[in-house]
Design a protein. Sequence first.
Lengths: 308, 263
Amino acid sequence: MSAIIAAAHLSKWYGNVLGLNDVSLEIEDGITGLLGPNGAGKSTFMKLVTGQLKPNIGAVTVRGRPVWNDPAIFPEIGFCPEHDVFYEDMTGREFVAGLLRFYGYTQAEIRQRTARALDLVELTADQDRLIRGYSRGMRQRIKFAQAVAHDPGIIILDEPLSGLDPLGKRKLIRLIKEFRTQGRTVLVSSHVLPEIEALTSRIVLIHQGKILAQGDISSIRKLIDSHPHQISVRSSDPRALAARFVADASVEKMTFAADGRTLVVETRDRDVFFGRLTGVVLEAGLAVDEISSPDDNLQAVFEYLVGK
Amino acid sequence: MTTLRAAREVFGFFGRLAWKTGKTRVFALLGLVPVALAVIVRILSHGRTGDMAAVFTEILMVLVLQFYIVILALFYGTSIAAEETENRTLAYLITRPVPKPAIVLGKYAAYCALMFGMVAACLVPSYFVLNAGRLGDLAVTRAFLIDLGVLGLGILAYTAFFTFLGTWLKRAIIVGLIFGFGWENIIQYFPGSTQKFSVVHYLKSLLPYKPVTGGGGRGVALLLFRLEPTPPLAAVLMLAAIAAGFLALACWLFRRKEFLPEE
């Protein structure tokens, strides 16, 4: 399959700060998740893809065309920016309709597309309210509406789920997934792994301006699983618990936390460990107050991958 | 989409939006000062024969020409590019199929139309108040229309210059203040052709100054006595060239420039 978006040795820096470092990447049809902690370079990459920034080194093309200063490519692209910024003195309808003017549509087409986009994000009832009066969730949805109102084939969404309540997130995830079935290309960024997992299995991991890994989420999971996981178990008798795991092959290392009640276990096989843990707890009659895995934190995953 | 068509759409977008902003409300209120002054002068001069036309010219020259349109052009002109980057709304515009210069041209046209509306809204009532007895005089009406036309040219020239400054510099307001209220005033006292390096020189060349008879206008007259006017046609051409030149520069810069995030 040919790449819809292609970046070749792409680098971008802001003064002395490196935003993106020698990124080569091809994005195909369907949904691709761009995953990385804050400041990783996700937004920089998206701004380069949407022609808002000019590469210092390398090139970025959309459907084989360089994007910088090529307005002819933009009917194909819909962009939802990360920041919560608007023309606050406009109503939701004026905002979407006003931006649709730039595509050369007739007034009737603009009205029709605006109504459809507002309906899609369930803002029809609030379309004549000023944006400054919108809730965070509504603002996020109107931002999404302006990105898709012109039916672009390529949709770039920078942290579209931030600020949405769980129900709003679920609705937007469903919408984004519908775009995939319509044969569109969606590039979506997030710093929250479960959000990306809910959207797609194809992810790109980005950290400190570099692509760390890319591919199917299961292969990324395997990559992550090749590193030991930390699991904290807070129990009434952590030493008794540790004694039961000393001979267990799934455990690499055990330490006791400073609170005296928490056993920190490092394992290469989380599933086996959790399976054993349940049995041990029941056999020994130990009280377990809390089980947590700091490794579920995305930052920890990235630290593994960069070898910290 | 052609640049002209795109500029028309941008004009439509910002033409509506500009009237609704808080900035416009503040400047519209400021525009009431000349009107209030005209009413006060009219009331105070009741029963006395004063040259109301000269008072009107005084208001036009001092309050409107040298203050109101400069401050309007400064704040609207410099904001054409800067407000989009500062408010981070630029992404909504430059990810559309419009050539970047069309954004500058469309916003410039929208803001100039807005400013002209605001200037007319402050000047027309002042004119009616101060020329109440001579409204049937075609020569007076004609002179007033010429005044409005000259102010329109002033708005076009100043706004183009400040648009260029705002596209070029990050802190354009400060430089603009120094230019608008420093350079533009000081240069008028320089003899010879030096004063031609200002916008206000060409505007004043098109507005024949009629000082107020009596004591009130002498201070202002003193400020203007050194004017060595440029012929009207040359002044109009020069103002048009200033507007077109700086606008072209602003468009060129906006197209080339990469507006980096502040953080």
